[in-house]
Design a protein around this ligand. Structure first.
Ligand code: NAD
Ligand code: FES
Length: 281
């Protein structure tokens, strides 16, 4: 059982949790993820690691309540326990040797960028960061990232904070108007954002890495649930990724697959609520 050492609200339905998990923390690297399961009957849900401390033996996760399991997780409090917290899973990010990196995070996708920004900054790289969210309340980790980056740009869809617009508007300004040069762009957020970033950087031949989080079942490369096409080849995000060359990812297929089980998820969510006497509203 994995104890919740700390819980904080970061925004509407967005939570930070610090979990006691010494074995996971000991081997965790930026870019990797864990799979949690709250109870014997629960589904296994992947979450990218947001931070870790090897000495103190904890790992942090940041998540948004979007489905049944993340809502259940959001109801747990400091001192409660999670049944399974398996990891670290997936391939670590390759960050060595980059001198000038632009990190782009959208919404809750800002969280998995944080350990990468931290490692890059500790290695002496110059790190610029663009973070974007639908409004001010959904911007997370601003202070933490500000302390590690050379420059931080913020966009909100509604203009309630930072520049009004998408992260890609700032990206386009940096590359075209300001002629900024980067060895690498790392983008993590909704598929549509990562696709827009990759489509733009492709024209400028800027290496671009994205992190995919498709539907996962076992997280070990056995079930095929998380398959994605990268450079015409089938890859499994849980073992070959979750990070891939953004210029080679078939985003249209990934978006189709992401929407495939929406109806089943709604039915399952409804059944579980009614099973628990949660009513039918
Ligand atoms: P969101 O829909 O609120 O979008 C966040 C930001 O992305 C927007 O503010 C905007 O700047 C940008 N964006 C959105 N649509 C865009 C478009 N068409 N063109 C350019 N930029 C666009 O984000 P959310 O609801 O917080 O969802 C976050 C997503 O990140 C989820 O889909 C989740 O699956 C994904 N995520 C991925 C990982 C990972 O490791 N790969 C981890 C966490 C979250
Ligand atoms: Fe089953 Fe990746 S989750 S193969």
């Amino acid at each position: 059982m994995y104890k919740i050492l700390e819980k904080k609200a970061l925004g509407p339905g967005m939570w930070y949790m610090r979990i006691q998990a010494p074995l996971v923390a000991r081997r965790a690297m930026p870019g990797q993820f864990i799979m949690f399961r709250i109870s014997e009957e629960g589904e296994r849900v992947p979450l990218t690691i947001a931070d870790f401390d090897r000495q103190e033996g904890w790992v942090t996760i940041i998540f948004q309540e979007v489905g049944f399991s993340t809502k259940q997780l959001g109801r747990l409090e400091q001192g409660d326990h999670i049944l399974d917290f398996a990891g670290p899973l997936g391939q670590p990010s390759v960050l060595d040797g980059f001198k000038k990196v632009l990190c782009i995070g959208g919404g809750v996708g800002i969280a998995p960028l944080y350990p990468q920004i931290k490692q890059l900054s500790q290695a002496g790289a110059s790190v610029s960061v663009i973070i974007g969210a639908r409004s001010k309340d959904y911007i997370i980790l601003e202070e933490e990232i500000k302390g590690l980056s050379d420059s931080l740009y913020i966009a909100t869809d509604d203009g309630s904070y930072g520049q009004k617009g998408f992260v890609t508007d700032i990206l386009k300004d940096l590359i075209t108007k300001q002629a900024s040069k980067y060895d690498l762009v790392i983008a993590i957020g909704p598929l549509v954002m990562m696709k827009a970033v990759a489509d733009f950087t492709r024209a400028f031949a800027i290496p671009t890495r994205v992190s995919l989080n498709p539907i996962m079942v076992d997280g070990t490369g056995m079930c095929g649930g998380c398959r994605v096409t990268v450079g015409g080849q089938t890859k499994y995000a849980c073992v070959d990724g979750p990070e891939f060359d953004g210029h080679l990812v078939d985003f249209d297929e990934a978006m189709r697959r992401q929407g495939m089980y929406k109806q089943e998820e709604r039915v399952d969510h409804f059944c579980r609520l009614t099973d628990q006497g949660g009513g039918s509203k």
